[in-house]
Ligand binder design. Sequence first.
Ligand code: NAD
Length: 495
Amino acid sequence: MKTYQHWIDGAYVDPSDGQWLDTTDPYRGEVWAKIPRGSSEDAALAVKAAKRTMADGPWATMTATERGKVLRRIGDAISKNATRLAEIETRDNGKLYSEMLGQLRTIPEYWYYYGGLADKTEGSVMPIDRPNMVAYTTHEPIGVVVALTAWNSPLQFIALKCAPALAAGCAVVIKPSEFASASSLEFAALTKEAGLPNGVLNVVTGFGQEIGAALVEHPDVAKISFTGADSTGLKIYETAARTMKRVSLELGGKSPNIVFDDAELDAAAVGVVSGIFGAAGQMCIAGSRLLVQNSIKEEFTERLVSLAREVKLGDPMSSETSVGPIATHPQYEKVLRYIDVARSEGARCVMGGQPATGPGLIGGQFVEPTIFADVTNDMRIAQEEVFGPILSIIGFDDEEEAVRLGNDVIYGLVAGVWTNDIGRAIRMTKSLKVGTVWVNTYRAYSFLMPFGGTKQSGLGRENGQEALYEYLETKSVFLSAAAKAPPNPFIQRWL
Ligand code: NAD
């Protein structure tokens, strides 16, 4: 069994009060490693190291172009270690090895992209109307950034947050999920090999309400970048407000996948099934509400059920498996509770609806892909995020009703629209109050494209050039060449 340590100031160190937590393989139900149970003392050490690197040392004086090169070398290091890191992630969170390997092969692109952007944060010179003055803006790193991440895609979340933060010149302290910390700790050492100075990237582990909360409260932290549940995000937002920290929040969703009767129904069915049963539904972008036009509702439901029956639950390391276990025991219990909720509300279960058992399903954390018909949008199963393989089917008559139902949740992360009518597609993309709309596709994602939520799905954007500015403050400079004192010191000279 492997025992991990925190990564602080360029070295592995034991937790200050000598406590560790078990980390479990959700497929086998076995403890496979120990991670430090960090305390506020460990949080303080990591923040201190990060703060120091922003004040002096090589990171503070490195040119943006040099920073960019370091980021690109980090991308190379991830690429070289992709299979090893993917295996660790699958072991820790039970997601398919093929999916984690796919992610690990793409993650270097984030580091290359932000490496390339590091020296392109250009300011502006304003045409100020004074002969002896120049007015311009610059962009400066915001300060020490704390990255708090969820368990479903650990190294992807680090790339989303840390690649732009480091490109901006910030230093970071990462606190990964206590359910899946191992890959983040392994990754940390690769950054040193890639030439990142000590203290610029630190990884500490433990419970959110212990070391996570200590990081959010720390006065020397300038920004919190969080991915996780909306209830946690709200707590973090409130705490961060007390010291005016900047926050980015990537939270949950109850996303509509909207199928019109003029759509290519084969493609739509694949989009709906992969949008809710991929990763056992443990995706913020899960298309958990299928809004389907009433004229095709019965036929489309049959199509979905027959497609979803092809699922192969099993060992996430096997290439035969299409859906793995639920990643954590509390999450598994939550999914089963929501199945009961849906039944008690009067939803009709047309597929699944119970724990999945069988010879290959060891560890006891599998749930059958589940489809509920006769759902109305006011039911809890249509309003609350489950984060599991449960699809709710809701009928609609026309475009107007589809928009109303689509928007009638507290969330606004993503939406799918399936139609062959281009006019309808354009109207729908404009009317849906979400951060991303997919037309005739679902789960398309790229480091080039801003991603984030509206409403209670969060604040701020990750990916693309916008993400870089989440880690920069704009400074305005008025530079006067006039040595002469103004004629009247008590009167402000407005332009
Ligand atoms: P979570 O909120 O329980 O935990 C996320 C992180 O926050 C963990 O590192 C945890 O230790 C930490 N944390 C918990 N309480 C804290 C506190 N009081 N102070 C500081 N840190 C604290 O979320 P989870 O169960 O790991 O992830 C599932 C959730 O994440 C789902 O709601 C899902 O929708 C969301 N998610 C969102 C996105 C997105 O990009 N929008 C992506 C993936 C997951």
